[in-house]
Design a protein around this ligand. Structure first.
Ligand code: NAG
Ligand code: NAG
Ligand code: NAG
Length: 195
């Protein structure tokens, strides 16, 4: 499984380097140190957002070798753009790395929060995926240190008293590993563990 994932990761890199970029998802890797100019450290979060779709007022577009992120004034993306940022495909900028890819993946030993168009068919209707590593102390700038873990049918977030270490007694919150449809939106939200 590990080898397969490594091959998948290589395939993604290979595709983005050597083929014309026309991915269906924009992948963003967030590295542990915001000032890490090389993006060689630990990835603390990975997101995949489907291209050219309004996602709560934000839209991602792959445009040649560039990725545009448009922030709209309203959640339906109908009231004009407030701000737009452009990132080069595959280039590390400020501890962030953007890539256009053909599909999303949930890394091994991670959990994911998946926004999809339905619960029954979340795998093929996923529009936005956020994943973070499990069972490791995550130091996130300007937040308290956390460890995520999956046991039985819950995802536990243990938030530590300190911002830069996982010492002391954490506060724990849990969410069920299940899919929920929200009555006031057309999207569903699932929590998934891959461990
Ligand atoms: C954004 O929306 C607010 C409230 O509707 C409005 O006052 C403002 O002018 C809008 N800004 C832009 C850039 O459209
Ligand atoms: C949270 O969970 C950890 C690990 O199971 C435990 O050591 C800790 O006491 C819990 N925190 C609280 C406030 O119960
Ligand atoms: C949900 O979808 C329906 C049909 O496409 C649409 O009329 C409605 O405005 C949508 N609701 C929200 C909250 O986006």
């Amino acid at each position: 499984m590990k080898l397969l994932l490594q091959i998948l990761v290589l395939a993604v890199i290979f595709t983005t380097l050597y083929n014309e970029v026309n991915g269906q998802y924009v992948m963003v890797n967030y590295y542990n140190s915001q000032n890490d100019p090389t993006c060689k450290g630990e990835i603390i979060t990975t997101t995949f957002n489907i291209e050219n779709k309004c996602l709560s007022g934000v839209e991602f577009t792959c445009n040649g070798n560039e990725i545009q992120v448009s922030f709209y004034n309203d959640s339906y993306c109908s009231q004009g753009i407030l701000q737009q940022i452009t990132q080069e495909n595959g280039v590390c900028q400020g501890g962030l790395q953007f890539n256009c890819v053909d599909n999303y993946q949930i890394p091994e030993n991670s959990f994911a929060s998946v926004i999809s168009e339905s619960c029954d068919d979340w795998k093929s209707t996923a529009v936005s995926i956020l994943s973070k590593p499990l069972n490791t102390c995550l130091i996130i700038p300007s937040e308290n240190a956390v460890i995520y873990s999956c046991t039985g049918d819950v995802l536990t977030t243990s938030t530590y008293p300190s911002a830069n270490s996982c010492f002391g007694i954490p506060k724990n919150t849990t969410v069920p590993l299940a899919c929920k449809s929200s009555p006031d939106s057309n999207y569903s939200n699932s929590y998934i563990c891959n461990q």
